[in-house]
Ligand binder design. Structure first.
Ligand SMILES: Nc1nc2c(ncn2[C@@H]2O[C@H](COP(=O)(O)OP(=O)(O)OP(=O)(O)O)[C@@H](O)[C@H]2O)c(=O)[nH]1
Ligand SMILES: [Mg+2]
Length: 452
């Protein structure tokens, strides 16, 4: 998501770079393009108008710093305005009340049930509280079973709702049950409808009156576009919302709806659903998303992900060995495997500043993930002895490794050469105190380095 918007925005901002100072004449074109890129991304036209007016006022205002490149100044203004549009601060969940009751509401198929499970996992792992789940969707036959299965996967208790009972009765029974479970947070997964209808609204209002929820979160599908602004408005008018969770952000939605809802309705976006798995939920950070859109990278999220999935001790051991010049192909294989836990190379690179533009230039080259797979296969085809000292790998061994890994002898030659060079370079850098782990030979020229 946001890729097209990001591409267009960065293109239009790039055109300004090199121009000395912002002037009405030179930013007119850039402003026009920013407006077009927002409209094309499906941002609500009223929201676009306000956004552009603000950007213009700031750009032509007195606060412009002299001596800074016009492109950079303008990018900063657009960035700040985007952050403002998206709600400035990240707004997390308030879970101090016991129990905190969270209703998830929304149209059919937007991802309410999946999100209920993701949220439960987040609450247990990140907030260190005990969540329970309550399904009240008695209309779709398998809905209750679906939540029970998800709950089992993440070991979160799910209320044994009886589909023959009315939602109100279920909720009443679930109140007692939640107390006996000593739940800190109760997540109620409500039924979806094809569209906003009165029946659904009055059911939700009834449920809300019965067990006053701390949060009513609208789950909205990022793929739905403009329509979701009306849906959000409808839910907000009739049920009252405290926030929004935007799902399927990993898809190829244009993203405009996300940029519109906060501004149009005034409720904060709290989380993003970024995949089908239980762990695929991110706290929504306005500044990080703005940076991603403007191809300024999102190194903070990347580092946080790395802290979660990378074995720090192992990384330290590898770094120590690199320092002593003892880094082997086997260590390298371990590092590749750790890094793969972070996601595809493409998804990692997208989070690095300026990489969006760079990736476009790399279109005709072998995709980095294919390159890594090749390297992995090459190392796996080496004997332990060869892995610990690549210098012993001569002619016939190279042929054997190429055969074993399904690559060409040239590929093996290239890897060994680049591995030795990168090792030398990394050891040098480490000694100067400049390097981190994770140098990747084979990734063209001098290797590729992650920012940790
Ligand atoms: N790619 C992706 N798929 C998602 C995401 N969230 C949910 N889905 C998928 O969307 C589909 C619908 O999800 P559900 O959680 O059943 O949606 P729901 O709103 O509970 O649906 P109803 O209860 O029928 O109204 C499933 O196939 C999910 O795997 C997400 O963030 N990314
Ligand atoms: Mg559901």
């Amino acid at each position: 998501m946001f890729e097209k918007l990001s591409d267009r925005m960065t293109d239009s901002l790039r055109k300004l770079s090199g121009k000395g100072k912002i002037s009405e004449a030179n930013i007119e074109e850039a402003i026009k393009e920013v407006r077009m890129s927002l409209l094309e991304a499906d941002v609500n036209f009223k929201v676009v108008k306000r956004f552009i007016d603000n950007v213009k006022a700031k750009a032509l205002g007195e606060n412009v710093i002299r001596g800074v490149d016009a492109g950079q100044q303008f990018t900063k203004i657009v960035h700040d305005e985007l952050v403002d549009l998206l709600g400035n601060e990240a707004v997390g969940l308030e879970v101090t009340q016991k129990p905190t009751v969270i209703f998830l509401v929304g149209l059919q198929g937007v991802g309410k049930t999946t999100t209920a499970a993701k949220l439960a996992l987040h609450i247990r792992k990140k907030l260190d509280k005990k969540p329970v789940l309550v399904p009240v969707d008695v209309y779709r036959p398998a809905a209750i079973e679906q939540l029970k299965t998800l709950g089992r996967d993440i070991e979160v208790p799910v209320f044994d709702s009886d589909p023959k009972m009315k939602p109100k009765k279920i909720l009443k029974a679930a109140q007692k049950w939640a107390t006996s479970e000593e739940a800190d947070v109760v997540i109620v997964d409500t039924a979806g409808r094809l569209q906003l209808d009165q029946e659904l609204m009055s059911e939700l209002t009834d449920l809300k009156a019965l067990w006053k929820p701390t949060e009513v979160l609208l789950v909205a599908d990022a793929m739905l576009g403009q329509q979701s602004v009306d849906v959000a408005q409808g839910f907000h008018d009739q049920v009252g919302l405290s926030g929004l969770i935007l799902t399927k952000v990993d898809g190829d939605a244009r993203g405009g709806a996300a940029l519109s809802i906060r501004e149009a309705i005034g409720i904060p976006i709290k989380f993003l659903g970024v995949g089908e798995k239980q762990k695929d939920l991110e706290i929504f950070h306005p500044d990080r998303l703005a940076s991603r859109i403007l191809d300024m990278g999102d190194v903070v999220t990347l580092v946080e992900k790395a802290q979660e999935v990378i074995d720090q001790d192992e990384a330290q051991r590898a770094a120590d060995r690199m320092m002593k010049g003892e880094f082997t192909a086997d260590d390298f294989l371990k590092q590749i495997r750790q890094m793969k836990k972070l996601g595809s190379m493409e998804s990692i690179m997208k989070m690095l500043p300026g990489m969006g533009g760079m990736m476009k230039q790399m279109k005709n080259m072998t995709p980095p993930d294919d390159e890594i797979k090749k390297i992995e296969a090459i190392i796996c085809s080496m004997t332990l002895e060869e892995r610990s000292d690549c210098r012993i790998i001569h002619g016939s061994r190279r042929v054997r490794i190429a055969k074993g890994s399904g690559t060409r002898v040239q590929d093996v030659n290239k890897f060994i050469k680049q591995f030795q060079e990168a090792k030398k370079m990394m050891t040098g850098l480490m000694k100067m105190g400049l390097g981190g782990g994770g140098g990747l030979p084979g990734m063209g020229g001098g290797g590729f380095k992650l920012p940790f």
